[in-house]
Design a protein around this ligand. Structure first.
Ligand code: FBP
Length: 342
């Protein structure tokens, strides 16, 4: 039977959550438009001088790629003047991104990683944009840091855009996970994957094995279990693109687990709680999966800083819970460890 043709705009409008009075809907429209503009550049990346380094470094001390500067600018310029936001935070900026005084402030907080996996751009590997939306803590005041430092449980929406063989926008407002594919000919995101769920049984596990020697015993035992060793009956194949959005998207559709554990050189892992782990954890739980830092749900972690990193285990719930079990078994926390009382 022919798939119904539904644009993302119509789907957003018809599926507005109760709290929406228009600005939430329009904010999602803004993000869809930003995705189209960024997709336009990514698909032509090999042609125009957008590749290569921007000659600047970002807060993470990483050399900025031109495309991620462009993507960051697009998100900002599309969202700073609309009166829908009280504040923004970007993976590319050290501090919160304030709404210019001359523009009205709104009721929502937009947090985004403008171009995740940017180190893959030069080699034409899929990259992504990740976004998360909270409500402002105090509507009377202009945006502040505390508006951004909210636990993932408080998210009202999250999603990502995958710039791959086709461009897809996948999001949730707490009412299931839905995917839209960009039809470049008409420039419209059309509903292509309604009510996405983590497929059972799972097919894949995704991890950068080169760090094996630097993982804790619990994580090493877990990865051996994923490989079907140590009497584990699990049968998974291994896939690792090294681009979080692409790895997560595959596992969302085919079932599986992605992990970026802590390791001796990165005691809190590499991925950022606010821009990467929490938005994808929101999607994972909406799709029937789960996300953990190895000890507790990612969505229950109270952020303490804008760019804090967190170990991430995300995918089918039984796979992630096994990580928690083996880490608890092999890496007992010292009795006075704070996580014990959270
Ligand atoms: P950026 O935010 O700097 O792009 O880094 C994030 C990322 O590229 C993820 O997309 C990916 O999962 C991970 O880093 C790959 O890291 P590694 O190269 O250590 O496996």
């Amino acid at each position: 039977m022919m798939q119904k043709i539904v644009t993302i705009e119509r789907f957003i409008l018809e599926n507005q959550p109760q709290h929406a009075v228009g600005d939430f809907t329009n904010l999602l429209y803004d993000i869809a438009l930003a995705a189209k503009l960024i997709a336009h550049k990514t698909t032509r990346a090999g042609l125009v001088d957008i590749l290569g380094r921007a000659g600047a470094t970002n807060i993470q001390g990483e050399e900025q790629e031109k495309l991620d500067v462009y993507a960051d600018q697009i998100m900002f310029r599309l969202c700073d003047h609309t009166g829908r936001l009280c504040v923004m935070a970007s993976e590319e900026h050290k501090n919160i991104v304030e709404i210019p005084e001359e523009f009205p402030k709104g009721r929502y907080v937009l947090i985004y990683d403008p171009l995740d996996g940017s180190s893959n751009i030069d080699v034409n590997v899929s990259v992504g944009t990740i976004f998360a939306i909270f409500r402002c803590v105090d509507w009377e005041k202009r945006g502040r840091l505390e508006d951004c430092l909210q636990p993932g449980r408080k998210l009202v929406a999250a999603g990502y855009v995958l710039y791959g063989s086709s461009t897809m926008l996948v999001y949730s407002t707490g009412n299931g996970v839905h995917g839209f594919t960009l039809d470049p000919e008409i420039g419209e995101f059309l509903l292509s994957h309604e009510n996405m769920t983590m497929r059972e049984p799972p097919g894949y596990y995704s991890v950068n094995h080169s760090y094996f020697g630097r993982w804790s015993t619990g994580v090493q035992e877990y990865v051996r279990w994923l490989q079907g060793r140590n009497k584990s009956e699990i049968v998974l194949s291994e896939r690792y693109i090294g681009s979080l959005v692409a790895d997560f998207h595959r596992n969302l559709q085919k079932g599986g687990v992605f992990l970026y554990p802590a390791e001796t050189r990165k005691p809190n892992g590499k991925l950022r709680l606010l821009y990467e782990a929490a938005p994808l954890a929101f999607l994972a739980e909406q799709a029937g999966g789960y996300a953990s830092n190895g000890r507790m749900p990612i969505l229950d972690i109270e952020p303490t800083s804008l760019h804090q990193r967190v170990p991430l285990f995300i995918g089918n719930r039984p796979l992630v819970e096994m990580a928690e079990e083996l880490i608890a078994q092999h890496d007992p926390l010292p009795p006075d460890h704070p996580t014990n009382d959270q």
